[in-house]
Design a protein around this ligand. Structure first.
Ligand code: PLP
Length: 406
């Protein structure tokens, strides 16, 4: 491998959410009043979805070049360099083309979702999504005061499946105006098959509702698994919004630039009019994201291979030591969604348990995800393997001491 993913990078004093924001995010304790059995130096951070890997050299070089220019005045995207780089990436990686006039920008897919739900839904309209779900789908709905409707996924022998009958029923509620769709799905890591995507598209089109397809994890994948944008399945559907970014899979969430492709011209205009940043973007972000699309593929492929080996290690470890958990490697994301509840006394608060008994910071359960998540823990595997080995050993030790499921 050209890149060293084993390297441990010290993130102290970088204002990193993962390193310094966990007390507030996981435990609601911004002032640090709670006491933990482990010190900050001892914790292993397997929670929020950013990576412990340094960015690709091409990205760092592009940033340095832009910094060397020395002027960072008001900026947005005027020429075609960035849209062309992103469009070429979509063509090459997913054999998909979009109409460039539909491409809008946002600092993040979640800020865009906050805006879009408000733009699409009237006061008593409802927002639908699959559960378990990433927490911000809920926060974006509640921020706008919109009711949520959950289409619960089913867990069967380590695999997550869609309940299509339930989806069809919920979509037929005339108050449901938008499906917030997640592919690859966070937290389960599921990649929906072409057949599944077609069934979802059929239900959405029949009920004439909006679909916001959050595809932020689309460049993370296990070998042999591809990504099918919803835009390819629904080539002409006007109520589709597609959200993508190089931020997640190239580890630059802090640079904050994402692509929001909005087909409906009225919604597109509303979205632009509602932009509280009045269209301006960070010049460093544009350079970094463009560099990722133009030259980051080799890094991305090697990073995916490295993470796949981490998944294999975790799967083997669980099968050998905790077979009752029934864990299967997901097709995408760098997040393992593990039913540790099956190995712990009923009602265990998994976030507190693993922080205090193992010194491992994770996110799990209905407190941090939305519905249908009890007992499940999300492990971030985009980190040096040596840290994962230590974390898994400590977690097993803590589970054994707790005496297993009672
Ligand atoms: C499904 C999904 N959407 C969006 C985000 C965050 O997007 P952004 O940082 O662009 O707001 C995440 C982060 O983990 C995610 O998992």
């Amino acid at each position: 491998m050209k890149y060293d993913f084993d390297k441990i990078v010290d993130r102290n004093n970088t204002n990193a959410l993962k390193r310094d924001g966990w007390r507030e995010y996981i435990f609601g304790d911004p002032e640090g009043k709670l006491k933990f059995n482990f010190s900050d130096e001892e914790f292993i951070h397997m929670w929020v979805a950013d990576m412990e890997f340094e960015c690709a050299d091409v990205i760092i070089d592009a940033l340095k070049k832009r910094v060397d220019h020395g002027i960072f005045g008001y900026t947005t995207i005027y020429n075609d360099d960035y849209p062309n780089a992103f469009a070429a990436w979509c063509k090459k990686r997913y054999d998909w083309e979009f109409d460039k006039k539909e491409l809008c920008y946002s600092p993040g897919i979640i800020p865009a979702l906050y805006e879009l739900i408000g733009d699409i839904c009237e006061e008593d309209d409802k927002v639908l999504f699959q559960t378990p779900s990433y927490g911000f789908f809920k926060h974006a709905s509640t921020y706008n005061g919109r009711e949520m409707v959950f289409n619960k996924m089913k867990f069967n022998e380590g695999k997550w499946e869609m309940d299509f009958d339930d989806l069809a029923e919920k979509c037929s509620d005339p108050k449901v105006k938008v499906l917030v769709w997640c592919n690859p799905h966070n937290p389960t890591g599921k990649v929906w098959t072409e057949d599944e995507l077609k069934k979802v598209a059929e239900i959405v089109e029949k009920n004439d509702i909006y679909i916001i397809s959050d595809e932020i994890h689309c460049d993370m994948r296990r070998s042999g698994v591809g990504h099918i944008p919803m835009g390819k399945i629904m080539p002409d559907y006007p109520k589709l919004v597609t959200s993508m970014s190089a931020s997640k899979c190239f580890n630059m969430a802090g640079l904050q630039l994402s692509n929001i492709i909005i087909r409906d011209p009225e919604l597109r205009q509303k979205f632009k009019d509602g932009d509280k940043l009045v269209g301006f973007l960070n010049p460093l972000s544009i350079s970094a994201m463009q560099a990722a699309y133009e030259g980051g593929e080799e890094w991305l492929n090697q990073m995916n291979d490295y993470v796949e080996e981490n998944f294999k290690y975790v799967k083997k470890f669980i099968d050998e030591n905790l077979p009752e958990i029934k864990f299967e490697i997901p097709e995408s994301t760098y997040l393992a969604w593990v039913n540790f509840g099956a190995a712990l006394p009923e009602g265990t608060d998994v976030n507190d348990f693993f922080a205090n008994q193992a010194g491992v910071l994770i996110e799990g359960g209905d407190a941090l995800f939305v519905d249908n998540a009890e007992g499940f823990v999300r492990l971030n595997l985009a980190m040096p393997k040596s840290l994962i080995v230590t974390a898994m050993d400590r977690m097993l030790d803590a589970i054994n001491k707790a005496g297993g499921r009672k």
